[in-house]
Write a protein of this length. Structure first.
Ligand code: BDR
Ligand code: CA
Length: 314
């Protein structure tokens, strides 16, 4: 059983990933922690509470960071996820569920210390909460079983970014946090655009979920209408599977090919938010990658296998 903390900025694909986790019999979801990103922190936390309430997800919800470690949060990408972060579906004004009294980073620290060696963190938004947890309690890193991140792009398929030509959204939103998190000594895997753009869910697949996966499937159909329209405007006739790819890595790592090496994140200048891995077997003169732990990045994916896993789980 995977004991999971899900760090997220719901977000249409975040909601799809949360429902994937919730449906898996192999997952014990211990907490949801929220971050700014696809909406303001008010919006993403409200959406997490709403999803938990609507689908009976009992895990506590810790409200997280509203801005990056340095600077201010940019405008939420309402053209990607809708003004309410969930494709502009109707969301009740009043919710019963309330956030946990602890901020996200504190909830993360407490859970890791309560379950040493057991917690797996799946982080699919800005990495600010994880960086804050590490700053407050650096001793937690070796107590975490693994961290799986949806973020970054390493040019494996010629793509380096989706917000700028050099940066993926989750990293671009707080590059310093990403550099600190990838510099920590915990087993970590980055599931970047290199693989998440290789797995797509076309309309017939989403329609099949609507027909086969009960109220969860019908909800995914509803929220994915906006996301699909956004992809279509960009000439992509199916939706990219970003955040659910991180969940798939947790559940079935054999679906992915990976490469080890140390990772740095550019936090200023033209390539702000760019992720660069120095492969473990690459030699060279002293560089900013020296002394950093080796982590995995995903370089390949069995897209059909991933879709099959998602559909059968739901
Ligand atoms: C990432 O950015 C967000 O829009 C998605 O939820 C995903 O986590 C993809 O770049
Ligand atoms: Ca996300």
């Amino acid at each position: 059983m995977h004991k999971v903390i899900f760090d997220t900025d719901p977000g249409i694909d975040d909601a799809m990933a949360l429902l994937f986790l919730h449906a898996s019999p192999e997952v014990d979801l211990l907490a949801i922690t929220t971050t700014f990103g696809n909406g303001t922190i008010e919006t993403t936390t409200r959406n997490a509470l709403y999803l938990a309430e609507r689908f009976g997800i009992a895990a506590p919800i810790g409200r997280g960071a509203g801005a990056p470690l340095v600077g201010a949060a940019g405008d939420p990408p309402d053209f990607v996820h809708g003004g309410n972060g969930l494709g502009d579906i109707d969301i009740p004004a009043v919710l019963t569920r309330q956030p946990d009294p602890r901020p996200a980073y504190r909830l993360i620290i407490d859970l890791v210390r309560t379950h040493p060696g057991e917690i797996e963190i799946v982080a699919v938004g800005r990495m600010t909460n994880l960086a804050l947890a590490l700053r407050e309690a650096p001793d937690i890193a070796p107590l975490v079983k693994q961290v799986v991140i949806m973020g970054g792009a390493f040019g494996i398929n010629g793509v380096l970014g989706n917000v700028t030509p050099a940066a993926e959204a989750n990293i671009w939103g707080d590059p310093l946090a990403a550099d600190e998190v990838t510099g920590a000594n915990w087993p970590l895997t980055m599931v970047g655009l290199d693989v998440t753009q290789q797995t797509r869910m076309p309309t017939p697949f989403l329609r099949a979920l609507a027909n086969e996966a009960g109220k969860v499937g019908r909800f995914i159909w509803e929220i994915s209408r906006f996301y699909e329209a956004f992809h279509l405007k960009g000439g992509v006739d199916s939706i990219y599977v970003h955040d659910s790819s991180a969940v798939a890595y947790l559940l079935a790592p054999d679906l992915f090919e990976t490469r080890r090496g140390s990772i740095r994140v550019v936090s200023e200048g033209l390539a702000f938010g760019m992720t660069i891995q120095k492969p473990a077997d690459q030699s060279g003169p002293p560089s900013p990658w020296d002394g950093r732990p080796e982590h995995r990045i995903c370089t390949g994916v069995d897209a059909e296998g991933l879709r099959r896993l998602y559909r059968s789980t739901l």
